[in-house]
Each structure stands twice: as structure tokens, then as C-alpha cells.
Design a protein around this ligand. Structure first.
Ligand code: AMP
Length: 377
């Protein structure tokens, strides 16, 4: 039987946020059907999918029933248990595999994997108690940041420690669960690499992307990153090696710190398309979402050529505080593309959409994207 899942087949997606929505848009454009499963209804992905199933990720019978209605299962959300991935895998291919998900969904496991295989990462330690935290701080030094090992994203479950005296206060905030403590990195840039690996190990990447965070949430991404070519080459090579080590099938993102003294350190690995790659929808021959579709369906990977320099800014719910943003003014800037995720309730810090601007240089693309967002309020 061919391992290729052809147009006309149905893709099953666990998770139904904006990443699933953009995957569904890419998939439907290529003639696939899309079913999504998540514990909520009226979701960003559900709005554009052919079927939206409401079930808990831990409801293995519901996962099996879902898998029976699709030809392949993939993820847009990594906090799905290996049991759920395994239940789906009894019925259809699951790509990426439950084991790749297992490593990358929990910070302590991910750091252990990276260290074991010699990938450069931030000085860090897994801690389970205040005593262990104090010992770890003595070893790695301060300032440091304590992060919950599981279910952390967009800076949720993260607290800085200026000195060892902060240990008790910070442990009280997130303690009673496994955590990772890391030395705060003095970085010149935050970079990410988004890449795809196909069924036979075929590899394609979108180069290095330059990222700026605000309050731990991604604010702006620009591509190509304004860093030396050898830095980009090394970041891509590390990403490739991580994917090979995981026998990965699908799209994955590696986030890096480039230290002030020029070293690349892996911050984290996301087993799915990533917010920093949203510009690919408008700027590249193949978007990260089409690439995810191609990889998990066993199709040849698409060209990742970037047609023009691009910058993306996130649109958070904060922009709605004084009413509906002024879309018309922002869209009056040529080469600005608006993406909204169909979320009905704006909340401070909630990702509602993004703007991508294309230009003749990265600097101008950044200026345009920021100017467009400023015009919204
Ligand atoms: P994370 O959820 O781990 O990706 O963290 C979100 C953001 O917090 C990162 O992109 C950085 O801007 C910041 N951050 C996290 N860990 C560190 C660290 N060890 N040193 C410096 N900044 C960090």
C-alpha cells in the first residue's frame, strides 16, 4: 500500500487553534478534507474544517473514533498525551510520532534529550523541590528563570530570579510540580528555524527568522534574519540534526538564543508550525502549513524560496480595548496582509491575528508591519 496520502483524503488534527486553522486553509486549498478535535467548540480551526469534534484529549475512545474517520493524524498542539497518540496510531499513521511529541512537550525531557545528544542549550537543571532549586541555583548561577516543565507557552509559568534569595518566593508561585531552572541568557538575538522532514528523511527549511518578544509573547518576526550567514547555517544544521535524531515527520520549529559572544543555544523545540513562521503564508513559495500537510501526507516537500523580505507582527486582544481596530487604515498600506483567526472574544494577551508586510528589505518590512499595527488604534 502506498504510504502517500493523496488529495481527496482527510487530515485529522488534534488541537483547533490558529495553527490548525491555517493548516486547514492550506489543506482545503489542495483538495483535502480536514477534521479537528479539541475540548472546545466554535474554534478557529473548527470554523474552516469539514468537521469539528468536541472531546477531551484524554478520552481515548473518542480519539480512536476520530482516527477512524481520517487518513492521517497530526497535531497543532503538543500537549496531547502519548496514550492519545498511541490510540490514534492503532488506526492510522500519526505524524509526527507520539515519541517525538513525548520528548518535546515537556521542558525537562526536552532539555535532557538536547543535552544527551550534545546540542547546545542554556545552562539548566530539572528541579522538583525548593531544596533542589537552591542547589541548582548554586550550580548554574543567577539571574535565572524558573519554568514549569509542562504546559508552558508564551511565558506562562515562568518567573525570574535575580538572586538565590528569590528561590522561596518563586518556588511558591509555581512549585509543587516539576520545573526547569535556567540561567538567564545575555542574548543579542532570538532566532528560530522552521523546517520540515518528510517520510524518507527529505529536509527543507525556511532559513533563520529573527524574533522579538514582548512580555514573553512573540511580538515581531522578520525574515531573512539579519545575522551572519555562518550563524544561520549552524542554526539550520542543528535543526536538521534534531529532526534526524527524533526521526521526525512533519514541521518543527527550533527557537535559539544567539549570545552576545556569538554562540547559538537552543531555547526550545516546538513539534509543529510556529508563530514565527506565519510570514511564510504570504512570502514563500510554500507556506509552513502547506509544508506540514505535504510532510505528513508523504508528498514531496515544496520549495521554501522566499519571494520578498517580510516581517510579521502579532495582533493581541489588547488592540480591541477601545473597540474594533481600524482595519481600513492599516490595509491602506500596500503589501500589508491581514490574518484574523476568527476568535470572537478579544482578551488582553490573546493572539487574535497577525499582519505580514512585504518589502524590498527586512528593515522596511519591519517598519511597514509596525506602522500598519500602529494605525489600528
Ligand atoms: P520560552 O517560553 O521558554 O520560549 O520563553 C519565552 C521568552 O522568554 C523567550 O523567547 C525569551 O525572550 C525569554 N526567555 C526565556 N528563557 C530565557 C532565558 N533563559 N534567558 C533569557 N531570556 C529568556
Amino acid at each position: 500500500m502506498s504510504r502517500v496520502i493523496l488529495p481527496g483524503s482527510t487530515i485529522g488534527v488534534l488541537g483547533s487553534g490558529q495553527l490548525g486553522r491555517m493548516l486547514a486553509i492550506a489543506a482545503r486549498r489542495m483538495g483535502y478534507y480536514v477534521h479537528v478535535l479539541s475540548p472546545t467548540e466554535d474554534t478557529p480551526a473548527g470554523e474552516v474544517a469539514d468537521a469539528e469534534i468536541k472531546a477531551d484529549y484524554e478520552d481515548l475512545e473518542a480519539i480512536r473514533a476520530f482516527a477512524k474517520g481520517v487518513h492521517v493524524v497530526t497535531f497543532e498542539f503538543e500537549n496531547v498525551s502519548t496514550e492519545a497518540a498511541d490510540a490514534a496510531a492503532e488506526i492510522v499513521p500519526v505524524r509526527p510520532s507520539g515519541s517525538a511529541l513525548y520528548v518535546t512537550q515537556q521542558r525537562a525531557r526536552e532539555k535532557a534529550f538536547l543535552t544527551l545528544h550534545g546540542f547546545p542549550t542554556t545552562p539548566c537543571a530539572a528541579v522538583h523541590s525548593l531544596d533542589e532549586l537552591a542547589v541548582a541555583l548554586g550550580q548554574i548561577g543567577t539571574p535565572a528563570v524558573l519554568k514549569t516543565a509542562a504546559f508552558g507557552y508564551d511565558g506562562k509559568g515562568q518567573h525570574r530570579l535575580a538572586s538565590i534569595e528569590d528561590a522561596e518566593r518563586v518556588w511558591r508561585l509555581i512549585g509543587h510540580q516539576e520545573a526547569v531552572v535556567e540561567r538567564v541568557v545575555d542574548f543579542s538575538h532570538e532566532l528560530s528555524v522552521i523546517a520540515a522532514r518528510g517520510l524518507d528523511g527529505e529536509f527543507a527549511h525556511f532559513g533563520a527568522i529573527e524574533n522579538t518578544h514582548r512580555n514573553h509573547i512573540l511580538d515581531l518576526s522578520a525574515s531573512p534574519a539579519r545575522v551572519d550567514q555562518h550563524v544561520e547555517a549552524e542554526a539550520v544544521q542543528i535543526t536538521h540534526a534534531i529532526m534526524d535524531e527524533l526521526s521526525y515527520i512533519g514541521v518543527l520549529c527550533v527557537e535559539f538564543f544567539l549570545t552576545a559572544d556569538g554562540r547559538l543555544l537552543v531555547n526550545e523545540v516546538a513539534p509543529r508550525p510556529h508563530n514565527s513562521g506565519h510570514f511564510t503564508f504570504d512570502a514563500c513559495v510554500t507556506s509552513q502549513f502547506e509544508q506540514q500537510l505535504r510532510a505528513v501526507c508523504g508528498l514531496p516537500l515544496g520549495a521554501t524560496t522566499q519571494m520578498r523580505p517580510a516581517a510579521m507582527v502579532n495582533l493581541l486582544g489588547d488592540l480591541w480595548v477601545d473597540g474594533e481596530p481600524d482595519w481600513v487604515s492599516a490595509l491602506a498600506i500596500p503589501d500589508v496582509k491581514l490574518h484574523l483567526y476568527g476568535k470572537r472574544t478579544p482578551r488582553v494577551g490573546r493572539k487574535m491575528g497577525h499582519i505580514t508586510a512585504l518589502a524590498e528589505s527586512v528593515d522596511i518590512a519591519i517598519e511597514k508591519a509596525v506602522a500598519a499595527r500602529d494605525l489600528l488604534v
